[in-house]
Design a protein around this ligand. Structure first.
Ligand code: IFM
Length: 463
């Protein structure tokens, strides 16, 4: 493919919207995203098995304030109210994930009818509200029993995942057509198998590279299953893509940033959509890669899901096994209330570069801003900083589209404040506030802003 635009010629983006031709397609998909462990709760109900996150949260010191996903947003019981919130926003699509241990409590074997019935109810409720369900099969909650059998470091996990995909596809595939395999595979493999920050809290290069390869294999095998079982399927893979930058402009930090780029942006997307591992890590992947594996991984997909928040930074460290050490953004970078860098131009460039490199229609499957927020007495939140972030990032998305990127949709992260992994409930990403003591939902100012943004696009598209 030819480059959509010369990177050197890309203008600097301001965070103040300026009048320019609008390029979003009339059928642009507006959506909101969540994930199973972060919102469902009902951790011990209706036969759900344990996930790696259930155990991890019980380990002292792992999660801020000792929080767990046991109750989370209690979405398992309150999904009708949450679908009503989605309908009021005017979104056309809702991306959620299936909890593998709710559907297959031991990871394999007999499906749990009650778990499947929950997703039936959710899908039916979305469809009656005129909202298209976008299902992601895996958002990090591996069944604990499979972890005890080696987890993603065990090659068999790829077949277990394909079997799980078959169970979900045969149950929901009559009504759900949009499926993604994994959410942000580079995050859960790096954080779980290389840094020890997420479950299974391993810090081992061989397990990490094995996990990368087996997740890739699982992706390809599940794509084949979904094609076989879902008539009219539209299949994708969801990757976090963020510029990987050197924290200082030294040759050593630049080399470190290249390695971070390989693991963060390319270790999954390249084999899945181009059929090869990046050269810089190919020899590390070779011990796990058998004949025919790359063909099994490189299956045709219909779209690329991109999750993007802010750039990531690397620094050189001679002791770092992977060739980089994680670093904070430079001190002078503009930041969101939880310290994440704000750089909408980086988002625009990611969309343009991904469009060139992978040649697929793009849906932004996550973007949003975290905050530590206090409500007023009525529970209201005037989250102007989040609105400014969303406005600037949507401006960047439109600019990428004007410059030639084929971006077809945007899902805000997140519909609800939810369990934000290691930060527990302290960091809030929702456009709807959740009071975790009462489970009351209160749309924030950003929810009203997002609804108006969607309505104005629809009005123009149908004018
Ligand atoms: O909450 C997470 C989500 O699970 C994966 N993408 C990033 C979000 C914000 O950290």
């Amino acid at each position: 493919m030819t480059r959509a635009t010369d990177p050197a010629a890309r203008p600097t983006l301001s965070t103040t919207p300026s009048p320019r031709p609008r390029a979003l397609r009339p059928d642009f998909v507006w959506g909101a995203s969540t994930s199973s462990y972060q919102i469902e709760g009902a951790a011990r109900e209706d036969g759900r098995g344990e996930s790696v996150w259930d155990l991890f949260c019980r380990q002292p010191g792992r999660i801020q304030n000792g929080d767990t996903g046991d109750v989370a947003c209690d979405h398992y019981h309150r999904y009708r109210e949450d679908v009503a919130l989605l309908r009021n926003l005017g979104v056309g699509a809702y991306r959620f994930s299936i909890a593998w241990p709710r559907v297959l409590p031991s990871g394999r074997g007999s499906p749990n009818e009650a778990g499947l019935a929950f997703y039936d109810r959710l899908v039916d409720s979305l469809l009656s509200a005129g909202i298209e369900p976008w299902v992601c099969l895996y958002h990090w909650d591996l069944p604990q029993t499979l972890q005890e059998a080696g987890g993603w470091a065990n090659r068999d996990c790829a077949s277990w995942f394909a079997d799980y995909a078959r169970v979900v596809a045969s149950r929901l595939g009559d009504r759900v057509k949009r499926f993604a395999t994994f959410n942000e595979p580079s995050v859960f493999t790096l954080f779980g198998y290389a840094f020890g920050w997420h479950p299974p809290a391993v810090d081992d290069a061989a397990s990490h590279h094995a996990a990368i390869h087996h997740v890739n294999l699982a992706h390809g095998m599940a794509i084949d299953v979904l094609r076989d079982y879902v008539i009219g399927a539209s299949l994708g893979a969801i990757h976090n893509m963020q510029p990987a930058r050197p924290v200082q402009a030294t040759p050593e930090d630049r080399a470190a940033a290249k390695m971070l780029d390989c693991y963060w942006n390319r270790a999954f997307a390249d084999p899945q959509m181009r059929g090869a591992y990046p050269d810089a890590i190919a020899s590390r992947m070779a011990p796990f890669c058998r004949d025919g594996d790359l063909e099994r991984i490189h299956r045709p997909v219909d779209w690329l899901g991109i999750n993007h928040y802010s750039p990531v930074y690397a620094r050189a460290d001679s002791a770092a096994r992977l060739g980089f050490a994680w670093s904070d953004a430079p001190a002078d970078a503009p930041r969101s209330p939880i310290g994440w860098q704000i750089d909408p131009a980086a988002f625009r460039d990611v969309l343009l570069d991904a469009c060139d490199r992978y040649g697929l229609p793009i849906y932004v499957t996550e973007n949003g801003a975290g905050a530590v927020e206090l409500a007023d007495a009525s529970g209201a939140i005037d989250d102007r900083e989040r609105i400014a972030y969303l406005a600037a990032y949507l401006e960047a998305l439109e600019e990428a589209t004007v410059l030639g990127a084929d971006v077809r949709g945007y899902f805000v992260w997140s519909l609800l404040d939810n369990f934000e992994w290691g930060a527990g409930y302290a960091n809030r990403f929702g456009i709807v506030r959740v009071d975790f003591a009462t489970q009351a939902r209160t749309p924030k100012a950003s929810a009203r802003w997002y609804a108006a943004r969607i309505a104005s696009h629809r009005a123009k598209a149908t004018a």
